[in-house]
Design a protein around this ligand. Structure first.
Ligand code: TRP
Ligand code: ZN
Length: 489
């Protein structure tokens, strides 16, 4: 491996302040790789495990064993058309969400996920439908049964003051968060339901159109690209954004407030949208330039950039973390250094374009994005990935050794192990199969699951296929054992 360039310690990105890492209990869970069956296809509305709905009633969960009520069964969303209006003064959101879906079974009733907010009306294909609320489930009973494979449009009219999720499963505060001048909206893992009715699980991706109305002077930022110039009338401005590529619900955003923006194109020709709260005025140009440079660089390492634009948003809400919102990572209350940006932009390939099928495979997002930080450091002439790996490996007492990263735990989903030991897994793999095969594998991975969903088993399978090696021992030791793996050659 390459020589040591500098003694810069590995970064501790701010997003790890997300929550205190509580690893008081040593985990002794070890899942064997073999025998874990592949997940059902997402379009069947099930990722394995959860109880199906009864008869023709869609299930209240999509089947993620760790988050049994997240998402729903019985249908597959194709598109969300969201008309939203937000008033920062009263903190009131009102929305009309049209969800275009395809039934994957006969349906007499089905659920959408919605947290708080008051629903005034629901229609299915234009006809009023009965609906009920229980916890975060909105249950809809159309007048007529929906036949398996039929497409249907559900429109939900709703309003209220959004209530972000606070400390569910030890996850901190996320979802729609009101700020003095607007909203900071970061939804991983299941906070989309705090602002629109959805099939709130990454295994059901869909395209989006956003029509967001805010008081004049306020900017509304969502995913994808602006369609036309925002129109102001009667003191209110409407912004239309479209995300034409499939997107997981947790990556959707409607961040609003006072923003300074800069738009243009990267050297390789990808459109860039950068926005900063006026408090970060001095950071806008660097944010814009680095976003383009990093996006272009990753395109040479991971494969073509999967979306129609790239970007960055810095709001003054002091979240202390970042989120890889599709096409526009958001940085909460800080001007990111290029390592954090490299992480969030790498997620555009790992997490956003290639999405997980169930939350326990989260290392496929965070391990890859963390490994990207190491690659970026090496690219910039800082520590090499190999040095970063060795520094972590030398920490024999680190708590990550007792937490197997290949099985992210519901109560501690974003444990440091999922990030760091996940990244170390990739480096151990790289050393085992060599640089040429490793980087070919990464490109093949992003290409073959582009805009879709994937699992750990699929990654292991592809790595074995491309290297021609039995890698079960390596992956088992790095991903699934609650102990520090033996030294890598
Ligand atoms: N995925 C984020 C990152 O790696 C971390 C994160 C998890 C997060 N849940 C969040 C950020 C909720 C914002 C809100 O950078
Ligand atoms: Zn991340």
């Amino acid at each position: 491996m390459a020589a040591l360039h500098s003694a810069t310690p590995p970064r501790r990105p701010m997003r790890r302040l997300l929550r205190p890492l509580s690893l008081g209990v040593a985990l002794s869970l070890a899942l064997p790789l073999a025998g874990v069956s592949a997940a059902c296809s997402a379009s069947e509305g099930a990722v394995g495990g959860a109880a199906p709905g009864s008869g023709t009633q869609g299930a209240s969960g999509i089947g993620d064993p760790d988050f049994p009520e997240d998402g729903n069964g019985g249908y597959d969303v194709e598109h969300y058309g969201l008309k939203l209006s937000y008033d920062p003064g009263s903190r009131r959101l009102s929305g009309s969400a049209t969800v275009r879906a395809r039934a994957v079974q006969d349906l007499t009733a089905f659920d959408l996920d919605l947290h708080g907010l008051t629903v005034s009306q629901v229609t299915v294909d234009g006809a009023a439908a009965r609906f009920g609320r229980r916890d975060d489930e909105l249950t809809i009973s159309p007048v007529a049964r929906i036949a398996k494979n039929a497409r249907f449009d559900v429109t939900v009219d709703y309003a209220g003051v959004p209530d972000p999720i606070r400390n569910y499963a030890n996850l901190g505060t996320y979802g729609f968060i009101a700020t003095p001048d607007g909203s900071f909206v970061t939804c991983e893992p299941n906070g989309a339901k705090t602002w629109f009715p959805s099939n709130d699980h990454p295994s059901d991706k869909a395209t989006y159109a956003f029509e967001i109305t805010v008081p004049a002077g306020v900017t509304a930022i969502a995913n994808g690209e602006l369609a036309g110039t925002p129109v102001t009338s009667d003191g209110r401005t409407t912004f239309v954004w479209r995300e034409r590529h499939p997107m997981a619900s947790y990556l959707a955003t409607m961040t609003t407030g006072r923003f300074e923006t800069r738009t243009g194109e990267s050297a390789a020709g990808t459109p860039i949208y950068a926005a900063v709260d006026p408090a970060f005025h001095g950071s806008l140009d660097t944010l814009y330039t680095k976003t383009g440079q990093i996006t272009d660089y990753w395109s040479t390492v991971f494969g073509p950039y999967p979306f129609s634009s790239t970007g960055a948003v810095v709001d003054d809400y002091a979240a202390g973390y970042a989120l890889e919102n599709q096409t526009k990572p958001i940085y909460g209350g800080f001007a990111p250094d290029s390592g954090v940006m490299a992480h969030e932009l790498a997620h555009q390939w790992f997490g956003d374009s290639v999405s997980i099928t169930r939350w326990k495979d989260l290392w496929l997002n965070e391990g890859f994005a963390t490994y990207a930080e190491w690659l970026w450091s090496e690219h910039e002439g800082g520590s090499t990935a190999d040095t970063v790996f060795r520094n972590y490996y030398a920490k024999t007492a680190d708590s990550m050794w007792s937490y197997p990263p290949g099985r992210a735990q519901r109560a501690d989903l974003f444990n440091g192990s999922v990030y760091t030991r996940g990244a170390m897994t990739l480096h151990a793999l790289r050393r085992e199969i060599g640089d040429a095969t490793f980087f070919a594998l990464i490109k093949k991975w992003t290409a073959s699951h582009q805009y879709g969903n994937a699992t750990t088993e699929q990654f292991v399978g592809l790595a074995e296929q491309m290297s021609g090696k039995d890698l079960s021992g390596l992956f088992d030791a790095w991903l699934f054992q609650p102990r520090r793996p033996a030294a890598v050659a």
